[in-house]
Ligand binder design. Sequence first.
Ligand SMILES: Nc1ncnc2c1ncn2[C@@H]1O[C@H](COP(=O)(O)OP(=O)(O)O)[C@@H](O)[C@H]1O
Ligand SMILES: Cc1cn([C@H]2C[C@H](O)[C@@H](COP(=O)(O)O)O2)c(=O)[nH]c1=O
Length: 254
Amino acid sequence: MSLSAAARACCRLLTVIRCPPVGSSSIMSRLLHSDGQVNGLKNKGKSTICVEGNIASGKTSCLEYFSNTANLEVMTEPVAKWRDVQGHNPLGLMYTDPTRWGLTLQTYVQLTMLDVHTKPSLSPVKMMERSIHSAKYIFVENLYKSGKMPEVDYVVLTEWFNWITKNIDLSVDLIVYLRTSPETCYQRLKMRCREEESVIPLEYLSAIHGLYEEWLIDRSSFPVPAPVLVIDADKSMEEMIQHYEENRGKILAA
Ligand SMILES: Nc1ncnc2c1ncn2[C@@H]1O[C@H](COP(=O)(O)OP(=O)(O)O)[C@@H](O)[C@H]1O
Ligand SMILES: Cc1cn([C@H]2C[C@H](O)[C@@H](COP(=O)(O)O)O2)c(=O)[nH]c1=O
């Protein structure tokens, strides 16, 4: 299929699934030239940093800290959308019954992450929380590997992911990996008290941790799309701020 035909097919599909909260039509208008070609979309001379890490590792806090930085725009993970899409809560449904709702959540995560990746930044540096890559390589992978996602759902998500990453420029310039122990995340998750996550056991965080380590440290699972800056994030907030200041130059030079 030619690119323009694929883009038109994608457009038709997005029209069919009608998803106004993330403005699928606005994503498509960003992705399409007037001639119907899929656009590369790389913001010339701009860079993208993705802050990665386990659930409750401190990613949002990191973005909050950097949000006061000149020439840098932060884009937090669209969790609010995953908890409320036209009155439905796919995140909550997934935790209640992952086999039934995993595909539903991950399809929406993939769409909303695509939205964030392609949103033009007003500043030279865009700092995102996670990425379309970790959604696939960590969370979809975990559902599948733990036997909670049927193979057909995994294959369909993989085909979508492969099409998106082949045809749209989602390049990342630096990954900042907030490396924590699962135990630290478990404590922080309990402290944060997000209702849907009350069912998460330590074993779930250990599985997510293992997948992050294979991806970003061992580099044995999936392609790593950018250089990785590893920050030990098992530290107090004060120590984290010190780490961020020590690494500010490296981060902003991405
Ligand atoms: N270094 C830290 N030490 C102690 N608590 C932290 C630290 N970083 C974040 N927190 C707290 O842990 C919880 C999860 O942090 P958050 O930034 O939301 O993580 P994430 O975005 O990775 O899920 C929040 O309640 C936050 O205030
Ligand atoms: C990307 C992604 C996330 N989730 C879940 C995991 C957590 O419950 C929230 C994100 O919260 P965090 O504190 O920012 O880590 O969403 C998921 O189930 N699938 C995904 O692809």
